[in-house]
Ligand binder design. Structure first.
Ligand code: NI
Length: 376
């Protein structure tokens, strides 16, 4: 519009009245040219804009949305994605974008003649990633299958960092900071190459049958191993001395015969230590009922003990019959055997009666009787 006015005013300022006719011959074609250039009431028809390459005529004060609603409606917002690329929420990413002359504008921006508009889809957004450091638990591994048990290696948890999607909680990556060290329970066998050694063991004493067991062993001149209860030994330290004086081995069977794998480390320690205070230090702990776990083995090992299980269970506490007891020994004994019997507890006359049968049979079959310590 301004350029058209300038063109007209220059023509008027010439103003030579005497040459009015000549002037008219100038003015008329110029006015016609000005008419063509003037964007007054005819401007609506000649103003145009390009939106994504489509050309639109512009009404006055037209916004991008009002002119190119078809293009605007096709533009979609982005979605939010989780770390694996799955869509968390459609359309909740970045909104569609409108650019006018290279600058981001609102879709409601007013268009001017010659405007070049680009409308683009919104972009996907990725969820945040959180790092979380956690322990890698260790495993308990049992090595071997022998009757003597100790904790050969302490377990140590490792550590790893997980990278997780903050919304999806999906795992993106794992980074191991330190590997776990497994806990190793070693089970040592008691068989020695080329030797036929056997250990008779008596549990739960000392009690009123202990002297009879002692006499039966003395009659055959063979040693045995006694796993005594601290609570029983406390009132009968004379018998503990007597057992040792006769060449037998006295070992620890806890204070009160609890199931050790149900106790805390402190309670396990106390069961061992209280008994030790009565009978003195020993090398082996026989867990009552043979019940143990890595905690029991760990506490015992830390106190200098190994767990001593058995390989032949005579079930003498259940089958109070000398022949039945003897039958277990005959069918189950192998070199390195640890034979379980009881001198403590209830009526043990059949255990006492089985001793000479067992010893004779063992000697006849080439076995030597020894204590648990000497099996290893
Ligand atoms: Ni017992």
């Amino acid at each position: 519009m301004r350029s058209g006015d300038e063109v007209l005013s220059r023509q008027r300022n010439r103003g030579f009245a005497g040459h009015a006719a000549g002037l008219a011959s100038f003015v008329v074609p110029l006015a016609f040219i000005a008419f063509l250039l003037l964007p007054t009431s005819h401007a609506n028809l000649s103003s145009i804009a390009s939106v994504n390459g489509h050309v639109y005529s512009l009404p006055s004060s037209a916004s991008i949305t009002s002119v190119a609603s078809d293009v605007i409606s096709l533009a979609k917002p982005g979605s939010s994605l989780d770390i694996t690329g799955d869509v968390l929420a459609i359309g909740s990413g970045r909104p569609m974008k409108t650019h006018l002359g290279g600058h981001a504008v609102s879709p409601d921006a007013v268009l001017t003649d010659g405007a070049v508009v680009l409308v683009a889809h919104g972009e996907n957004t990725l969820e945040g990633i959180a790092a979380k450091t956690e322990a890698i638990p260790f495993k308990t591994v049992v090595e071997g299958s022998g009757a003597i048990v100790h904790l050969a290696q302490l377990g140590n948890a490792g550590e790893r960092t997980l990278y997780l999607g903050m919304s999806s909680r999906k795992q993106a990556a794992v980074f191991t900071l330190s590997a776990p060290h497994n806990e190793i329970l070693q089970r040592t066998p008691t068989a020695k190459d080329g030797q036929k050694l056997v250990a008779l063991t008596f549990d739960d004493g000392p009690g009123k049958w202990t002297q009879s067991v002692l006499d039966a062993l003395a009659a055959k001149h063979v040693p045995a191993t006694f796993f005594v209860l601290g609570s029983s030994a406390a009132g009968n330290t004379a018998m503990i001395r007597k057992l040792r004086d006769a060449g037998h081995e006295v070992e620890n069977h806890t204070w009160g015969h609890p199931q050790l794998d149900k106790l805390t480390p402190d309670q396990i320690r106390s069961q061992i230590a209280r008994t030790e205070a009565v009978i003195g230090p020993s090398r082996f702990l026989r867990p009552p009922y043979g019940a143990y776990n890595a905690t029991v083995a760990g506490v015992a090992t830390s106190m200098g003990y190994r767990l001593a299980l058995w390989t032949v269970d005579t079930l003498d506490w259940k089958n109070r019959d000398a022949d039945a007891i003897f039958a277990h020994v005959k069918s189950e004994t192998k070199p390195g055997a640890i034979i379980l019997m009881h001198d403590g507890g209830l009526e043990r006359s059949q255990t006492v009666a089985a001793i000479p049968k067992i010893v004779d049979w063992l000697l006849r079959n080439g076995y030597s009787l020894t204590t648990v310590r000497n099996l290893l």
